[in-house]
Design a protein around this ligand. Structure first.
Ligand SMILES: C[S@@+](CC[C@H](N)C(=O)[O-])C[C@H]1O[C@@H](n2cnc3c(N)ncnc32)[C@H](O)[C@@H]1O
Length: 291
């Protein structure tokens, strides 16, 4: 049985979701008929409630995706489909340490925190006090205890070199924090940026190339989800879809090239001095689909 303080999703017949924290003597109001929180507690996760007005509601356990999309926001959150892809790119394991900026509403922090688990940790920088407070509250209310929020700009942080297993950046101008973020990242590990505009991706790559930062671009991609409405005989893509969210740009931190310091190397940023081919698909290998 659910108890006071538990979070639930109430799903209505039209598929709308409501995130509710159960209270003593609480009541959920809805035009199709309200429900007392005591009724929800008795129904439990997976339960169905029929109101006196004949409406059906389903009581569901909130997933992290539900929570991040429905929690209170300061800044716009990293969309969960993109957060999931970022976890894949960052290749996180339980017990690892992640550096994040900016915290925003704490959406991405929660996905990172779950991936590294209670033995791991997330250190998240946010330069706006109100957003830091919102992120802290959202993460606390979900119950994740492994995120430390720091008020300040990441470019001004004093970080130990090679002390993080991954870096996740969701901020407008990630190139401003790159020196600090790259220094703090362990060689061979990943840095991923979430960027709404392709112009930001282009500027990021250009900054990496001209500043000869030891980052190898692995891929730039978008994550597309195309949801379908399947209620036979109806079966077609939904008329309303999630539109564009962001581009994800993934990099690996390189070791100094043949004993040279990175800034003495030959454009260590990318293979071929910054404008080369992706090493995974080469003409010599005969794998290039355009051949
Ligand atoms: C789009 S929000 C991040 C949202 C977050 N990923 C989430 O899922 O809730 C971007 C945040 O970065 C913060 N920010 C921008 N530049 C920063 C910097 N140099 N250091 C720290 N935070 C920064 C902004 O104040 C803003 O809150």
């Amino acid at each position: 049985m659910l108890t006071t303080g538990d979070l639930v999703i109430i799903l209505d017949a039209k598929g709308r979701r409501y995130l509710v924290r159960l209270e003593e003597d609480g009541h959920f109001g809805h035009h199709a008929g309200g429900i007392d929180h005591d009724e929800i507690k008795r129904a439990g996760y997976g339960g169905r409630i029929n109101t006196a007005k004949g409406a059906n509601f389903w009581i569901l356990r909130p997933t992290l995706e539900d929570y991040v999309l429905l929690m209170k926001r300061g800044a716009a959150v990293t969309y969960p489909k993109d957060a999931a892809a970022m976890l894949l790119m960052l290749d996180l394991s339980p017990g690892e340490r992640v550096l994040e900026a900016g915290s925003g509403s704490g959406g991405l922090s929660l996905f990172l925190a779950r991936a590294v688990g209670p033995e791991g940790s997330v250190v998240s920088y946010e330069r706006r006090p109100a957003f830091k407070a919102r992120a802290e509250e959202n993460v606390r209310a979900w119950g994740a205890g492994n995120v430390s929020f720091v008020l300040g700009a990441l470019e001004e942080a004093e970080l130990e070199a090679e002390s993080f297993d991954a870096v996740a950046l969701d901020l407008m101008e990630p190139w401003t924090v790159l020196e600090n973020a790259v220094s703090a990242l362990k060689t061979g590990r990943k840095l991923v940026c979430y960027l709404p505009n392709i112009t930001q991706v282009v500027q990021l790559l250009e900054e990496i190339r001209t500043r000869r930062l030891p980052l190898l671009k692995r891929r730039v991609l978008e994550v597309g989800h195309r949801e379908w409405d399947v209620r036979p005989p109806i079966a077609h893509p939904h008329f309303r879809q999630i539109g564009h969210t962001a581009f994800l740009a993934e990099f690996v931190k390189l070791a100094p090239f043949r004993g040279q310091a990175v800034d003495e190397g030959q454009g260590q940023g990318q293979p071929g001095g910054g404008h080369g081919e992706d090493p995974v698909v080469t003409k010599a290998g005969g794998d290039d689909p355009s051949d």
